[in-house]
Design a protein around this ligand. Sequence first.
Ligand code: SF4
Length: 177
Amino acid sequence: MCVYCRLCSSAGFSFEDGNNDKTRALQASVVLQNVRSARQIFGRSLQALMIDVGSCNACNLEVLNLSNPYYDLTRLGISLTNSPKHADALLVVGALNPAMVDVLKRTYESMPEPKLVISVGACAISGGIFRGTEGFVSSVREVIPVDVTVPGCPPSPVQILEGLLLAAGRLRKEAPP
Ligand code: SF4
């Protein structure tokens, strides 16, 4: 469940004041950056690799929750892999640490084309609570191209799943102008 710190707002996400259903407000703001015919490219199968570039571990846990029997990610043809060579999508969590910039670039470059990038959580978007510290260099999208952004601190598994389905072309959502 998101702590609703609003630190994603520095990257252009808006939050409605007075909205009691905070989770729903955040769910509505998952953003597709690039419109691609991803479904034509990937069919109904998608392998996703998660990389932690400096998180508090909460975003990681929410991503890994997708594999439990409740969310059962594999029923949707999506599974988590540990190898960039097998990955169609890269899930990036955490505030980009100086030591991880090159690792992130090399991981992205190691993935076969075509490939998608999903930026997960306030830290990956803007540095979140680590912004302004020496442990944060830049947002993920300043280092590698990002296709889908999932806000929240942490985002719920449902929001992350929405991001994966958007990336895979299973959900319809227009990119912002
Ligand atoms: S966005 Fe929040 S939950 Fe995710 S890594 Fe950053 S501080 Fe942790």
